[in-house]
Design a protein around this ligand. Structure first.
Ligand SMILES: NC(=O)c1ccc[n+]([C@@H]2O[C@H](COP(=O)([O-])OP(=O)(O)OC[C@H]3O[C@@H](n4cnc5c(N)ncnc54)[C@H](OP(=O)(O)O)[C@@H]3O)[C@@H](O)[C@H]2O)c1
Length: 339
């Protein structure tokens, strides 16, 4: 262990399983040892922690791919971190990488899967877990490969102010489509239009969403990229154009619910619109990573793509920031910047 490294580190543990929307008291700050890398591993210091909606499913044991976190366990999560000690052949001290340190100041990484070195000259490193990371790839693969947008078509996306939704709209615009967003509240809607360049954004928290969508998408919705499910999905499905494609990406409106899901929307409008409903799992699209990064890094550098981050400062703010995310209070990609 290098003498510069502390023996202990701060960590955030799950204290108990949340009931419904998580509370800060469901988490606790603790101290744990800084581990030492074995052969084939590196130790890195967390620079940025990604807070993502899927973590709610990891906590409740409903995530398909990630193991459930138990009370007393360190909260998991993707991170951008700087290598401080390495016994890994491909990573040297100073390198900055996307890895999975979780909600703690230091973590060990091994192998190759899930690890990606970042070039700080190419883009701000925080984007490695935002629009140039998993959320960006989700938007890229879901819209371009499943939604198959054609120039002139109308693409509607919910949670349009978040990293997935904002990227979907911007990629739709670049593909020559009319991008329409759905977001909660006037502030988010104006960001979606003014910063992300959507043609229109509908606030689902006031008025009749179905009527508002009809007005915003007079020719019908050609591609609906759904991030929330529930009533928003039902309203969008009632306004589909002929031959529409619906990409089911996320069900944010139900993640905090315990028990069986509420009765779903009628599927009849899908049949009437001859629509195609496609499920998306980002991990199926790792082979598109190079194309995605090549194009989007350039568009980011050229200012054709923008992003917004909602950054909390300090590991001790991670629980509060996660609870804000799960209440939909984040404005942009939720991150924690460590000291
Ligand atoms: N399929 C995949 O492989 C994959 C991969 C990545 C992400 N996803 C999904 O993509 C969606 C967007 O992810 P993101 O990282 O970009 O998140 P995000 O947009 O930063 O945060 C989620 C947003 O959901 C909206 N929301 C709608 N109903 C809500 C409710 N009842 N409670 C709380 N929030 C609600 C909120 O925005 P408004 O206030 O604007 O409604 C909130 O800010 C999520 O559903 C996520 O699970 C799926």
């Amino acid at each position: 262990m290098s003498p510069k490294l502390p023996g202990n580190q701060r960590q955030v543990l799950l204290r108990r399983y949340p009931e419904g929307v998580p509370e800060t008291t469901d988490f606790e700050l603790a101290e744990g040892p800084v581990p030492q890398p074995a052969n084939g591993e590196f130790l890195s210091r967390t620079l940025y922690l990604s807070l993502d909606p899927y973590l709610r499913g990891v906590i409740s044991g409903r995530h398909l791919y990630a193991e459930q976190v138990r009370p007393g366990g360190v909260m998991p999560g993707r991170t951008v971190a700087q290598v401080v000690e390495s016994r890994h052949p491909d990573f040297a001290p100073g390198d900055i990488a996307v890895c999975s340190n979780g909600w703690q100041e230091y973590g060990l990484s091994a192998g190759a899967i899930d690890l990606r070195k970042l070039d700080p000259e190419a883009a701000p490193v925080s984007t490695g877990i935002g629009i140039l990371g998993m959320p960006g790839l989700t938007a890229w693969a879901g819209l371009l490969h499943l939604g198959e947008p054609m120039p002139g078509e109308t693409v509607l996306v919910s949670a349009a102010c978040g990293p997935v939704g904002s990227m979907v709209g911007q990629l739709a615009r670049i593909a020559g489509c009319q991008a329409v967003g759905i977001a909660g509240g006037a502030e988010k809607c104006s960001i979606v239009k003014d910063e992300f360049g959507f043609a229109e954004c509908v606030d689902y928290k006031t008025g009749d969403l179905g009527e508002k969508l009809k007005a915003a998408c007079p020719g019908g919705i050609d591609v609906y990229f759904d991030n929330v499910g529930g009533e928003v999905l039902a309203a969008a499905m009632a306004n589909l154009a002929q031959g529409a494609r619906v990409v089911l990406c996320g069900m944010m409106s139900g993640y905090n619910n315990a028990g069986p899901p509420p009765p779903g929307p009628s599927l009849i409008p899908l049949i009437m619109a001859r629509a195609i409903l496609r499920g998306l799992v980002v991990y199926d699209h790792e082979d598109k990573q190079k194309d995605f990064l090549r194009a989007c890094t350039r568009w980011l550098q050229e200012g054709r793509i923008r992003y917004r981050e909602d950054i909390a400062h300090g590991i001790d703010k991670a629980p509060e920031a996660f609870c804000r995310l799960m209440r939909g209070k984040n404005v942009g990609k939720a991150l924690v910047r460590f000291a």
